[in-house]
Write a protein that binds this ligand. Structure first.
Ligand SMILES: [Zn+2]
Length: 324
């Protein structure tokens, strides 16, 4: 009897552990709507990565915004972003594996950039029981990792890259931060970069604290899957594609950092609900179209789900909602 209970506890613990190890939320590839939804906002072929169903008990009542709170924390106040440039961003095989990409994305996310903009303040429609998301975030520090885990990253090695940067004090330990692993175009992420997703965010315990982190690969590895346009506003399709996916993951990481705060009945977080939707653009999609100007550059950035006025995708807080 005692053994059976012990065994059952072990099985339960193992299941919990597997769930904890495998749960991430991702920016789907452009064709992911052809795949079976999994409750994680992206098509998924591997049943071992399935988490338990989420969002089965949305609050009752007529007034909702199409996305529901599940009790977990948000990231309040000013959120620090940390970039880990993984691989070769000096003279890699694609033109975008270069310092031009580092410079563009550094400008986009530095103070006075995307954080605090009318776009980022869409995030301020999310809150937990005591605190509100501010929509303020900015790049705090960056570091380089020259292929410490090789050319093929697993989800675990992405986490290890972040844990190592913190443990070696290349980056500070910041529980109100989001750490991005940004890989050059010669690097694969074997759980599905380019086939299932273009980026994802998750969290793990590192150096004894709950650390939020994300993976975004250089989409010049797979333009058809992870870029809206090869001719892009800054003449750098890799950087322009990364900017949009990074905005998506940032929106999700501040509103659902531990994957237990804000998502809808299908498991979609705010960014997922507006993935690959731009709203009106200047110019022609496919030929350098853009929908915002930030830090002196033009950008094509996917919209975000505003949690007010019934909910919808918009380009700026209190803006018009668009279906595409
Ligand atoms: Zn997402």
């Amino acid at each position: 009897m005692r053994n059976r209970v012990l065994m059952r506890n072990c099985v339960w613990l193992l299941a919990l552990l597997l769930y904890a190890l495998t749960f991430v939320n991702a920016q789907a590839t452009r064709d992911a709507s052809h795949l079976v939804p999994t409750g994680k906002g992206w098509g998924e072929a591997l049943p071992t990565r399935l988490g338990p169903p989420r969002g089965l008990n949305p609050p009752r009542g007529p007034a909702t915004n199409g996305i529901f709170y599940h009790g977990g924390p948000i990231l309040p106040g000013s959120v620090n972003l940390y970039f880990i440039w993984y691989g070769d961003f000096v003279s890699g095989r694609a033109a975008s594996d270069s310092l031009a990409t580092v410079d563009l994305l550094t400008e986009f996310f530095s103070a006075g950039g995307l954080g605090g903009s009318s776009y980022a303040r869409i995030d301020s429609t999310y809150a937990d029981r005591t605190r509100t998301v501010s929509g303020k975030f900015a790049l705090a520090e960056s570091t380089n990792d020259y292929y410490s885990r090789g050319l093929r990253l697993s989800d675990a090695s992405v986490a290890a890259v972040v844990a190592n940067a913190i443990a070696t004090r290349a980056l500070p330990k910041d529980t109100n931060g989001v750490y991005f692993v940004l890989s050059s175009s010669d690097v694969s992420e074997t759980s599905g970069f380019c086939s299932q997703y273009c980026g994802w965010h998750s969290h793990s315990t590192m150096s004894g604290s709950d650390i939020k982190y994300a993976f975004v690969g250089n989409p010049d590895r797979c333009p058809n899957a992870c870029e809206e346009q090869v001719i892009s506003p800054n003449g750098n399709s890799g950087a322009d594609g990364m900017a949009s996916t990074m905005a998506h993951e940032t929106n999700e990481a501040v509103s659902d950092p531990d994957l237990n705060a804000w998502y809808d009945t299908a498991g979609n977080e705010d960014g997922d609900k507006c993935a690959w939707k731009w709203g009106p653009v200047t110019g022609t999609l496919g030929d350098g179209a853009y929908n915002m100007t930030i830090a002196g550059h033009k950008w094509l950035i996917q919209m975000n789900w505003e949690n007010s006025r019934g909910g919808g995708c918009d380009q700026k807080l209190s803006g018009k909602f668009y279906g595409q």
